[in-house]
Write a protein that binds this ligand. Structure first.
Ligand code: MRU
Length: 341
């Protein structure tokens, strides 16, 4: 397979490598990966993360295995096993569905490799289109709040919500970003801060519970977030804490946009209540860990509730920024998303 290079995922000289997002920003460690168990481990531990990227990482691994001569039946099993790793982000299912179709071809090795390369290159183009559509919504001098990490680390391209912010900064040069740290796993504090710094976009890091007072003080003009799955009715799942922001934005009359490629749209899921929400390990809430070590602050056996995502209802969303354009609430509530798939 040809070389494919993204910020946190690369296929180079027949080797698949993943930048460890658990260790960022203080350590930059790449892991080579050539088997399903390792890729599952990398995805489960969020070393590779972000809805588009987990689908692409899994796809490149299957393509690599196909090229290495892995038997058809084992490839089918690999696709099933990888798909079962994280249940909420639909991009992974979308990618695995494409590979299953490729596996039915006579020359399934070529078909799988072609499908994986296409998915990777498509994602770069989708990011660019979303960023162009979304940047139009941003005015010079805007203060934008974002949650989790939706940048180049989470995609093959420049990202979803963070791609919009990056593009807006390129156009206006005076954008400022409020970055939610995004407990429990700190994708904002670790990763979005790292990317904005690298891109030289001015930002201020806040704890998640500080957004309300900033909104009340008139310091947030717009909110842009990503999505892990958008239902046919426009409800969407994203990193836990997104729903809080949408409720706050509604109260304070602040425009709230979700940015995602069509690969995140799942018209087979009617509404948010039908989405499976991944529940994660209690240790993530009882303390914190990363390149800096491990801390446990709660009682060792404290009861914990730890959903990775929450669902934001369509009625709280100002606009859906997709690669095909921006759709407002009236269009989406009238069923527009169903026509797009
Ligand atoms: O658990 P994560 O870090 O994979 O969650 C990521 C998010 O919720 C992102 O907002 C979403 O995947 C969009 S990334 C372009």
């Amino acid at each position: 397979m040809q070389d494919l290079i993204a910020s946190s995922l690369k296929y180079q000289n027949n080797t698949l490598s993943v930048l460890d997002q658990y260790l960022l920003p203080h350590q930059q460690v790449w892991h080579e990966c050539d088997d399903v168990a390792s890729m599952r481990g990398l995805i489960l531990s969020l070393k590779i993360r972000g809805a588009p990227l987990i689908g692409l990482g899994a796809s490149l691994l299957v393509a690599h295995l196909a090229e290495q001569g892995t038997a058809k039946v084992a490839l089918a099993q690999a696709i099933d096993d990888l798909e079962a790793t994280r249940p909420t982000a639909v991009n992974l299912m979308h990618c695995m569905a494409k590979l299953r179709i490729a596996l039915q071809q006579d020359d399934y090795v070529t078909a799988i490799v072609t499908a994986a390369i296409t998915l990777f290159n498509e994602d770069i183009a989708l990011c660019e289109s979303m960023a162009n559509h979304g940047a139009v919504l941003v005015n010079s001098g805007d203060n934008i709040l974002t949650h989790c990490n939706t940048g180049a680390l989470a995609t093959a391209g420049i990202g979803t919500a963070l791609g919009v912010i990056y593009k807006a900064q390129q156009r206006h040069g005076d954008i400022h970003v409020w970055v939610d740290e995004t407990r429990p796993l700190l994708q904002g504090g670790r990763l979005t801060a790292f990317e904005l710094e690298r891109w030289q976009v001015p930002y201020t890091l806040i704890c998640d519970n500080m957004a309300a007072s900033l909104m009340a003080a008139g310091k947030i003009d717009k909110i842009f977030v990503g999505a892990d799955r958008i239902a046919a009715n426009g409800d969407f799942a994203n990193k836990v804490g997104t729903y809080n922001l949408a409720v706050l934005a509604h109260f304070h009359h602040i425009p709230f946009y979700v940015v995602a490629p069509l690969t995140t749209l799942d018209v087979n899921t009617a509404c948010g209540a039908d989405m499976e929400i991944e529940q994660r390990n209690s240790a993530e809430v009882r303390g914190v860990s990363g390149s800096f070590g491990e801390a446990l602050w709660a009682p060792t056996n404290a009861n914990v509730y730890n959903p990775a995502f929450d669902v934001t209802p369509a009625k709280l969303i100002t606009g859906w920024v997709l690669d095909t354009g921006v759709y407002d609430q009236q269009q989406v509530l009238a069923g527009k998303l169903k026509d797009l798939n």
